[in-house]
Design a protein around this ligand. Sequence first.
Ligand SMILES: [Zn+2]
Length: 379
Amino acid sequence: MRRCHECLMAESKPGVELDEDGVCPACRRAADRSGVDYDDRFNQLEALAEKYRRKDGQYDCIIPVSGGKDSYYQTHVMAEELEMNPLLVAVKDSYSRTAAGEHNIRNLREQFNCDLITVEMGIETERKMTRAAFEGELGYPIWATERAIQCVPLQMAINFDIPFIIYGENVSWEYGGVLEADEEPYSAMSMVENNVAEPVEMEYWLDYGLSAEELNMIEYPSIDEIESSQLEPVFLSYFQPWDGYDNYQLAKRYGFRDLSGEWDRAGYIDDFDQIDTIGYLINYFLKYVKLGFGRTTDVVGYWRRSDHFDLSRSEARALIEANDHKLDQTILDDFLEFAGYTDREFWEIVEEHKNDELFEGSFLSGPIPKPENDFENFD
Ligand SMILES: [Zn+2]
């Protein structure tokens, strides 16, 4: 398995193609960012804010939030810098929450005095979807929850007639992934339209015993509805340089809490990102099973591209080799309890989803295997 020479991202990630120097698209774009006129781009954001600012007391925009550090940054820019009246929208999953996560979402409302709508799925529906997504060909237990996180803000925007939607970073652009265009877009519309057209059919869920009325939260509005509502979804990362660590520092000034003193997660090298809920983090382990890299690879990549960290290539590699394969017992226990599996059942399903091209060892017994020929293009 080859990895980017700069950030060590694995080539198995969809959309990541290494160039002749062994460098991935996210690193090439990060190098290009120095030529961007962010003052001009922020002016563009101000112009959009002016366009969508309401004088009738209605909300001016929707911000999809989780309560994480990036939610603080998004809300800070829109509510403080641009003095808008945002409606925050959160989708809350049914896993156990950390004390930090519980504090952070409440504190977001406290600090910015913004209204928040939290939408939660019926628990049995979410459990059935989790099991269907884990056992079936998706192999991705939190698939439906993630999809609800995408769908619900769009549903709200249409139902409440608040067309301006403020996403955080353009994930595919910033971190490497499948892109719709060569130029960085300010608009998230092509991402939205791509998601709407995503191939997973509702039959998948119906086949697993879910009923049509249980699917509301994972149903996208139609392209017609989106167009007639004149939605304007944007990526904040287009208008301001995006740096997760800067967002963390800003969030801390508003009283954001990290996991220090609460939970030292096995397999995680940071304590301030993805800290809201526990069992949800099973998704990173399934990513490891299917793509051969885990959460540490992601974080190492952010740190290698950030000015705030001085992490050498060999240090980065050592972190990945020590952590990427680990599954924290608390995460596993929380997932098993919610989804209703025994430990044995879990590992049998994991083994079925194993990427046979990457792993020779078994997940059924003994230590968790590591991908064969990892770092094959490194010395
Ligand atoms: Zn890279």
